[in-house]
Design a protein around this ligand. Structure first.
Ligand SMILES: C[S@@+](CC[C@H](N)C(=O)[O-])C[C@H]1O[C@@H](n2cnc3c(N)ncnc32)[C@H](O)[C@@H]1O
Length: 326
C-alpha cells in the first residue's frame, strides 16, 4: 500500500464477529478470548498489522479490509499464502490425506522444503489437525516433532472454513519476518496487535516451540521498544502479555487490563488451568455495547496526553468503511 489515497481506507470494528474463523490450532491462540480483544479494539483504524500471526484469531474475528500479517514461522506463512491464492488446489490435496497413524508419521517425516507450496500447506494443516493436542512444536533443526494425536474424527479438510479464510485474506499482505519490522510499514492511525510468545513464567509458557530459536527475554525488551515507537507514531497498539509484576511495571505508562484465560493447548492437563493475562493498550479502551464507543476513546494516548488521531477526522464523515464478511 503505497499511495495516500489507498492509506486512507478505514476499517470499522462495528460488525466484527466474536467467532474466529481461524483454521489452525495454535499454541497461545487467542480464539477463546477474542471477544475481550474485540471489545478493546479501536472502532476505526487504517491498516491492521499482526506481526505474531499464529492462528490469527483476532484477524479472523476483526475481518479488516486491509492487513499486514507476518510471523517468523515460514511454514505457517506458506500455509496462509496458499489458502489465500490456491485454495482449490489445497482442498484437493487435503482430501488425499487419510487419518491413520502410519500416514501421520510418513507425512511428519517428509521434508517440507522438497514439497510444492500447496503440498507443504496441506501437510501443515494435516499435521495440525491430527497431531497431539494441536501442538505445533519444532526441534532445534526446525522439524515438526509432535506425536500422533489419536483424534476420533478430525476435520482434516474443513472446506468451508478454508474458503471463508481465503476470502478474508484477500486484502492481506503476508510475510515471513521478525516482529520488529512492523515498524517499517505501520503508519499513524493503523492498528497493531502484538501477541508474542510468553516464556519465563511457567504457568504462562505457551509450550509450543514455534521456531527453532525460541523467544527470549531480550525479545520482550524489543517488544516494549516497538510498542513505544508505534505509540509515538500515533498507531493504535494492543499487546497481549502474561499477568506478572514485571510486565505490569514495564507497561505502566499504558492502559493495562487483566483477563482470565483457560489454556487448551498445553503439555500436561495441570497446565491447562486458568491463568491471568493482560491486555495492554496505548489508548483507553471502552467495553462496547452494540459496537458503540464513546468519543473519549477515539484517539490513542501518548504519555498521558491525548494525541490527535487522523481517525478523528475520518469519524466526522470521511471514512470509507469496509469490513469483510459482515
Ligand atoms: C502466541 S503466538 C500468536 C498467537 C496468535 N495471536 C493466535 O491467536 O493464534 C506467537 C507467534 O509468534 C511467532 N514468533 C515467534 N518469534 C517471533 C519473532 N521474533 N518475530 C515474529 N514472530 C515470531 C511464533 O511463530 C508464533 O506463531
Amino acid at each position: 500500500m503505497s499511495t495516500r489515497t489507498q492509506r486512507e481506507s478505514t476499517t470499522t470494528t462495528a460488525g466484527a464477529s466474536r467467532e474466529t474463523l481461524a483454521f489452525l490450532k495454535w499454541p497461545g491462540a487467542k480464539g477463546r478470548v477474542v471477544h475481550h480483544l474485540l471489545a478493546r479494539a479501536p472502532e476505526r483504524f487504517g491498516v491492521y498489522h499482526e506481526p505474531f500471526l499464529g492462528s490469527g484469531a483476532l484477524f479472523f474475528a476483526l475481518r479488516p479490509a486491509e492487513a499486514r500479517l507476518s510471523d517468523l514461522n515460514a511454514e505457517l506463512i506458506n500455509c496462509y499464502t496458499v489458502v489465500q491464492r490456491e485454495v482449490d488446489a489445497l482442498v484437493r490435496e487435503l482430501k488425499r490425506h487419510p487419518h491413520t497413524e502410519r500416514h501421520y508419521y510418513t507425512v511428519r517425516a517428509q521434508d517440507r522444503h522438497l514439497l510444492s507450496p500447496v503440498q507443504a500447506a496441506a501437510r501443515t494443516i494435516f499435521l495440525n489437525k491430527t497431531c497431539f493436542n494441536g501442538l505445533y512444536r519444532v526441534n532445534k533443526a526446525g522439524r515438526f516433532n509432535a506425536a500422533f494425536g489419536d483424534h476420533r474424527n478430525p476435520r482434516i479438510c474443513d472446506e468451508q472454513k478454508l474458503r471463508t479464510a481465503a476470502r478474508l485474506l484477500t486484502g492481506a499482505e503476508l510475510d515471513v519476518r521478525p516482529f520488529e519490522s512492523v515498524l517499517e510499514c505501520a503508519r499513524r492511525g493503523d492498528f497493531v496487535y502484538l501477541d508474542p510468545p510468553y516464556c519465563g513464567a511457567a504457568e504462562h509458557d505457551t509450550f509450543g516451540k514455534y521456531t527453532p530459536e525460541g523467544f527470549r527475554a531480550v525479545d520482550h525488551d524489543k517488544v516494549l521498544a516497538v510498542v513505544r515507537a508505534l505509540d509515538r507514531r500515533g498507531c493504535w497498539v494492543m499487546v497481549s502479555m502474561p499477568d506478572t509484576r514485571a510486565v505490569r511495571a514495564a507497561y505502566s505508562a499504558y492502559e493495562v487490563q487483566g483477563i482470565t484465560v483457560r489454556r487448551l493447548i498445553a503439555c500436561k492437563a495441570s497446565a491447562r488451568r486458568p491463568v491471568r493475562e493482560l491486555i495492554v493498550t496505548n489508548y483507553r479502551p471502552c467495553e462496547r455495547g452494540q459496537g458503540q464507543r464513546d468519543s473519549e476513546c477515539s484517539a490513542p494516548q501518548h504519555r498521558g496526553r491525548r494525541i490527535e488521531s487522523p481517525m478523528r477526522r475520518l469519524q466526522c464523515g470521511q471514512a470509507s468503511t469496509r469490513l469483510q464478511g459482515s
